[in-house]
Ligand binder design. Structure first.
Ligand code: T1G
Length: 695
């Protein structure tokens, strides 16, 4: 008998239970055990029907991703599912938790499907750069039609039990004791002599080809550069054109192509990296955490409001502090409007707007923050202002309260120094829009206590963020690398490229937008004011004014003024080239004595991306990020680095660090720019023929 799959007969129903924590992944032992238990049930005369269930938290959540890339070991999951489908007794799937990927495919091999009302099912393989490779692309279209199947398979999102019942995937939605309900349901089927229902025997409704072409066109922009979504479409199309056996062969062929693709390897790296970042090296797994039951947010602006929404949506009450009532009222109304917009899009259950807003209280008085377990400031990005705020917090916050700054560039240690309790201070750098972007850089100060860090790392997950622990430096991890990239982009335009060309190259690489569209979105005035501030406070080291400053000085702030580097006619968001910008660039080149030259796309891609890799290596040397995967996760969840490339450091490994090192040195020679000073770590790894993954 297997130790991960058990069989027992209960009241005439053979119960097959998979018990392979934490998520009952369908590894080799489980597949073997499942087949053995199925055969035992079929041989058991007292069992009139069989039911497959998961022990613990969930029905199987898919194939064991850790097995991919290794030699496959029989029985394969398609073979196990085929054995279920042809069994001589009716088989029921009794689902709780999240039946995902191969888990859902097992249910499709069963005759009937029962689900707890809290259960979800889905086919998220596309997020791993794969496709459902155990019959999902052939059975699901037969069950719900190709169009609905395309949505489920290409979007890869889990579907709630009530919706599964609506579309005909689940036969019964139950509550209470699932095992009892499964047995009762089996008795009902037996008494009704319910027919066997092999899904593979259903005719696949031949969809007209338009459905596939239209669907492909609809995802073209969002899924550009990815392989898997389009292979998914091909596999589902095969289900409408071929018989089941031929369709399965086509599915297998497409699956193997994806499994062996660099994209899937990269996306599987991201899957595990996203979970690994929660395990901070040097922070004991059992570090005690402080209770966070009430949060305070200082500042009701765009960031403060977005930050507060994360906690309100997670059911955590928030007290929001502002200096003036009108600012407070404005902030609260923006939050309400954001929730109402989500509700209109069906992303919020009915009544959730009021529930969330009902957890919000507001005040103009610091003393009302005295009961908060965590206080986050999102005030003006100025050190003196931040220090004043933290001085006040030190006065009013209760003992043990964690005090966090949302600064994106300022020194967290200096801010902590404005209090008598630096162990309770850290950075929580949210990314705008704070209620949407998943990344949260958690900045550990020199004196930040372990339990404060562990508390906020766990809290990140509770509010649906991906928390990455980072150290203190200008820009931490993400913005520090971003600033280097923006500087190269500017230099490339100064040399002869156009903003349109630079943006196109990086957009084609897979980034959501190029450096100049990004600058227009953030607002040219933001960087300009910081540089103007430096020119006043530290003229010797401040950067000389450039053509982007000239645009900002002329009030061309970007999207918010309708004109910036690009122009946005009719208040739109689609950037269009600007003659004014071209003239400012020419003027700047003349003033600087620059003779513009041809700049190749290759030079743009290498300079913008390799400068990030080099800076990432320096970030690792300085311990600002603990591992290369932390940097990968920051860039994927904070800046939209294409997951199918795995993140900047993973991607560098695929290029080969020798080549990157060579190019960094070449750019140093060509430009004399200190940003191209080679990271000793990068040089050492390249010299030893190693990768960042070897760290
Ligand atoms: N294989 C191996 N390990 C897995 C795993 C899986 N499928 N799913 C989760 N884990 C590990 C995870 O790494 C973590 O490990 C622990 O379980 C808890 O996970 C043939 C080819 C189920 C919604 O893509 O979406 O089936 O860090 O932290 O937040 O067609 O895990 O503790 O060491 O995420 O509660 C398709 C992936 C596979 C589902 C639970 N299935 N998993 O979320 O916990 S391909 C998936 C998830 C496939 C077939 C194809 C989530 C979850 P550790 P966790 P969670």
């Amino acid at each position: 008998m297997s130790n991960v799959v058990s069989y027992r007969c209960q009241e005439g129903v053979g119960l097959i239970v998979i018990d392979n924590p934490p998520v009952n992944a369908l590894g080799h032992a489980v597949r073997q055990g499942l087949l053995a238990a199925l055969n035992e049930g079929l041989a058991d005369a007292s069992a009139k029907a069989l039911a497959i269930m998961g022990a613990g938290r969930t029905f199987p959540a898919g194939a064991d991703i850790r097995e991919f890339g290794k030699a496959p070991r029989p029985p394969s999951l398609p073979d196990v599912i085929d054995a279920i489908e042809v069994s001589s007794k009716p088989v029921i799937a009794a689902v709780h938790g999240t039946a995902l990927g191969g888990g859902m495919e097992i249910t499709l091999g069963c005759d009937y499907r029962l689900a707890l009302e809290s259960a979800k099912m889905g086919l998220p393989e596309v997020n791993l750069g794969l496709l459902p490779g155990a019959g999902g692309t052939q059975r699901l279209p037969r069950l719900i039609g190709a169009k609905a199947a395309l949505e489920t398979i290409v979007e890869g999102k889990p579907i709630k039990a009530s919706r599964l019942a609506e579309v005909g995937i689940v036969d019964e939605v139950v509550s209470g004791d699932l095992e009892r309900k499964a047995i009762a349901y089996a008795h009902q089927l037996i008494s009704e002599d319910a027919p066997r229902r092999p899904v593979s025997a259903l005719p696949a409704a031949p969809e007209d080809a338009d459905v596939f072409a239209e669907f492909e066109a609809a995802i073209a922009r969002k899924k550009r550069g990815y392989l898997a979504p389009f292979h998914c479409i091909e596999a589902v199309k095969a289900a409408t054109e071929m018989d089941f056996a031929a369709g399965m062969a086509r599915e297998r062929e497409l699956f193997v192509e994806l499994l062996n693709s660099p994209q899937s390897a990269a996306q599987r790296h991201v899957f595990f990296a996203e979970r690994e970042v929660a395990k901070v090296p040097g922070l004991a797994k059992d570090t005690p955490q402080r209770e966070i039951n009430r949060v305070a947010v200082i500042g009701a602006g765009t960031m403060g409001g977005g930050i507060a929404m994360n906690f309100l949506s997670a059911g955590i009450p928030v007290t929001m502090l502002e200096m003036h009532q009108d600012a407070l009222d404005r902030g609260v109304s923006v939050m309400r409007r954001n929730y109402e917009a989500s509700a209109r899009k069906g992303r919020l259950a009915a009544g959730q707007v009021e529930a969330n807003m009902g957890r919000l209280s507001t005040t103009l008085d610091y003393s009302d923050l005295a009961e908060a377990d965590l206080i986050i400031e999102a005030v003006f990005e100025n050190m003196d202002v931040k220090k004043t705020v933290f001085g006040e917090l030190d006065r009013v916050a209760k003992s043990g309260a964690i005090m966090a700054t949302n600064t994106s560039t300022l020194d967290v240690n200096e801010i902590a120094g404005a209090t008598s309790r630096p162990a309770d201070v850290l950075g929580m750098h949210f990314f705008s829009p704070a209620n949407v972007m998943k990344l949260l850089e958690i900045v550990r100060g020199e004196q930040t206590a372990d339990d404060a860090l562990a508390t906020v790392m766990a809290l990140a997950r509770r509010i649906g963020k991906v928390g990455v622990a980072v150290g203190v430096c200008y820009g931490f991890v993400g913005n520090r690398m971003l600033h280097k990239r923006q500087s190269q982009a500017l230099e490339l335009v100064n040399a002869g490229a156009t903003p349109v060309q630079v943006d196109r190259v990086l957009y084609d690489f897979g980034l959501p937008m190029g450096p100049f569209a990004m600058a227009d979105l953030a607002g040219l005035d933001v960087g300009w004011r910081i540089r103007e501030g430096l020119r006043e406070s530290d003229p010797a080291n401040a950067p000389a004014p450039n053509w982007m400053d000239a645009l900002a000085e002329a009030g061309r702030f970007g999207q918010k003024t309708g004109v910036g580097v690009f122009e946005y006619p009719d208040g739109g968001r689609a950037p269009e080239p600007s003659e004014t910008t071209a003239a400012e660039i020419d003027k700047y080149r003349t003033e600087q004595g620059i003779t513009s030259r041809e700049v190749s796309d290759e030079e743009i891609r290498e300079r913008c991306l390799y400068v990030m890799i080099n800076e990432g290596a320096k970030i690792l040397e300085e311990g600002i990020a603990a591992r290369p995967l932390d940097i990968d996760v920051v860039w994927i969840y904070g800046y939209g680095f294409p997951p199918y490339r795995g993140g900047p450091m993973y991607w560098a490994d695929q290029l080969g660090l020798n080549y990157v090192c060579e190019r960094v040195k070449a750019f140093r020679e060509e430009t004399g720019d200190p940003d191209w000073h080679i990271s000793p770590l990068l040089e050492q790894l390249a010299g030893e023929g190693k990768s960042f993954a070897d760290l």
